[in-house]
Design a protein around this ligand. Structure first.
Ligand code: PMP
Ligand code: GLU
Length: 396
């Protein structure tokens, strides 16, 4: 069958792909250390699982309103008020099947052919692909180590043209782990407001933060709030990747349009997961805090080990659960006669020879780096880093 031109513009998700490949190798009995998955290794907290069991037993297993239950939307409004000083009414909230779905709905509702969407690089892999699907054009801003892989106001100003419709902000960032300070966000917001550019603020890693504090760009001024769709979800903070609950908050007419799209595509997110999400937001938060502390310990260990390896240089991430070391010193060198041409070939050789799965920086728009997720046990982290160290020692 002939595929549509629209679908031919996109490929599979490389982050999901590499993770699946490492899991397949493990299932075949190969001892692979997986640093690919952007998925917490912890179990979903018991109180959340219990809420889902209760939902099933009480027959809460039917369609809900497309945009989510009133109960969950009210809890999301309360969360946005309490954590982010943002006032929204429930009709400004759309609950979807994961934050990925929320971002997809937003891009589809706002962007079309002729529009440009500004995306800082390194970026999360799905942003440019969603923009491609919408018919709009991704405009990538390359960042450097000097600005801690964050964009500068000057770069943003230069990237904006009369065609710019949307800017995609992600702090804490996947893949870099960097967090934009309130001051940095203020200068970005000023430019967006001046040019009337809409903004998706992907705040999915909000709770996973070690240094500094999270600020939502939408909270900086009423004008910025009017231009912003805040996206968040439960996958990362509550270890609920499989439950598929994310949400968006923003101007009523945009949320209405996104809800129409959801009406004709997926309808409501799973009723049972919505009950679980309600418990996650309203119930005790200690498990989440415990997970963040475990991530902090792993981050410190991983960064220190990476920086002690010849040819590797790693900034200290302030949030999320990824390190993004610079491996440019390894490019154009050889491992056992095999040429390391770029971040792709490095990750291929590393997987084949050292049995460690990492993600090539090129898929995030930056070929000088690789991404390692530390959402895995300390034991795995130690084993994987021992292997990378030995591997690096044989590069010449
Ligand atoms: N945004 C970013 C930056 C992510 O890393 C992820 C992880 N998959 C998502 C959004 C989507 O998460 P989910 O769909 O599981 O809520
Ligand atoms: N966001 C995670 C990652 O970057 C999960 C995979 C995906 O959805 O792309 O690894």
């Amino acid at each position: 069958m002939k595929l549509s031109k629209r679908i031919m513009k996109i490929g599979p998700s490389p982050t999901l792909g590499i993770t699946a490949r490492a899991k397949k190798m493990q299932a075949e009995g190969i001892d692979v250390v997986g640093f690919g998955a952007g998925e917490p290794d912890f179990d979903t907290p018991v109180n959340i699982k219990d809420a889902a069991k209760k939902a099933i037993d009480s027959g809460f297993t039917k369609y809900t309103p497309t945009s989510g239950t009133q109960e969950l939307k009210a809890a999301i409004c309360e969360k946005l008020k309490q954590d982010n000083s943002l006032d929204y009414s429930p009709d400004q909230i759309l609950v979807s099947c994961g934050a990925k779905h929320s971002i997809f709905n937003t891009v589809m509702a706002l962007c079309e052919e002729g529009d440009e969407v500004v995306i800082p690089s390194p970026f999360w892999v799905s942003y440019p692909e969603m923009v491609n699907l919408s018919g709009a054009k991704p405009v990538i801003i390359k960042t450097t180590q000097d600005s801690n892989l964050k964009i500068t106001p000057d770069q943003l100003k230069k990237a904006i043209t009369p065609k710019t419709k949307l800017f995609i902000m992600n702090s804490p960032s996947n893949p870099t782990g960097m967090v934009y300070s309130r001051k940095e966000l203020e200068s970005i917001a000023e430019i967006l407001v001046e040019n009337k550019v809409c903004c998706i603020s992907d705040e999915i890693y909000e709770k996973i933060i070690y240094d500094g504090e999270h600020a939502s760009i939408a909270s900086l001024s009423p004008e910025m709030k009017e231009l912003t769709i805040v996206v968040n979800g439960l996958s990362k903070s509550y270890s609920m990747t499989g439950w598929r609950i994310g949400y968006a908050a923003g101007p009523k007419e945009v949320m209405g349009a996104m809800s129409n799209l959801q009406d004709h595509s997926t309808s409501n997110p799973t009723s049972i997961s919505q009950k679980a999400a309600h418990e996650a937001l309203r119930g005790p938060q200690d498990e989440m805090k415990r997970m963040v502390e475990a991530f902090r310990e792993r981050r410190n260990y991983m960064v220190q080990r990476l920086n002690s390896i010849e040819g590797v240089e790693c900034l200290l991430p302030e949030g999320a659960f990824y390190t993004f070391p610079n491996i440019s010193a390894m490019i154009d060198k050889k491992y056992d006669g095999k040429l390391i041409k770029d971040s792709f070939s490095l990750t291929e050789i590393l997987l084949a020879e050292a049995k460690v799965a990492v993600i090539p920086g090129a898929v995030f728009g930056d070929d000088n780096h690789i991404r390692l997720s530390y959402a895995t046990s300390m034991e795995n982290i130690k084993k994987g880093l021992d292997r990378i160290e030995e591997f690096a020692g044989k590069i010449s």
